[in-house]
Design a protein around this ligand. Sequence first.
Ligand code: 8YV
Length: 312
Amino acid sequence: MTKVLAVGRFDASSTKAIEEKGWLRQPSMKEAGELGEAERSEIVAVAYLGHHPFDGATMDLLPNLGIIANFGVGYDAIDVDAASKRGIKVTNTPDVLSDDVADLAVAMLLAHLRKVPEADRHVRSGAWDRKEPFPLQRKMTGQKVGILGLGRIGHEIADRLAAFKMEVHYWSRSPKQTPAAWTYHEDAAAMMKAVDFAVVALVGGPATEGFVTREMIEALGSRGVLVNISRGSTIDEEAMIAALQDGRLGGACLDVFLNEPHADKRFYEMDNVLLQPHQASATVETRADMGQLQRDNIEAFLAGKPLLTPVN
Ligand code: 8YV
């Protein structure tokens, strides 16, 4: 008997599809680890949703595991080396979410600069009705933006911001094929100095931990705005909080944090930040596509066919 285990809190449409397939469901690997040994040894595939570390010890709870299909493009929670050593395949869900993530990056920057959340509150609170003034805002069109990481998502963000007549700068490990007007920077800190706003679109994981340093934050400066839709780990969060508090950094738009969902409470008190609950891919359409791709990878594995989006 072989079984598939779906781990995580899936949305309604994915839950329905998983139930129709008759796959086991558990909210986290903690509960999955508490299943009896016989049942655990029947599990050959895991559909994983979540950011809790899936390490080698966790994999060893499922001795016949052959695939971990991640719900998400970023698979930093999964120890891919440990999986490879055990002959376990890992897949992710690239491409299907790039547009939504890019849309939210742009939405956050525009909403922050134009004070959209504050203006909404201004109207609702009756302040406009009482003829109280609302502050002027900052212009996005035509300004300079720097993208850290020009992968699939970074490229989509740059395309959108170019349509706002922005001057696009980017840093990545090597120059990419881009429109001629985009400027490549070999030195990320130098790029931060050259731009008004920066968007972090790096992959997560150990290689990019603390990539955005205090020096880079200060280079972006007191009028600068830092947008993060990648992983909380890519920015030195303590340095960012200190810089936001004393004005060395102008503002931040954050969809991701260290220690999610327990975002640092100091952010709650700041009025120069725009905060989102890690929801850049969270549209009905894209979450359905991500779930479909995750399930298709598992079905391909079970049928002995090539995986659609392999990681290792
Ligand atoms: C999450 C994401 O996977 O794709 C990624 O890397 O971070 C998101 O799409 C999603 O929020 C489920 O946790």
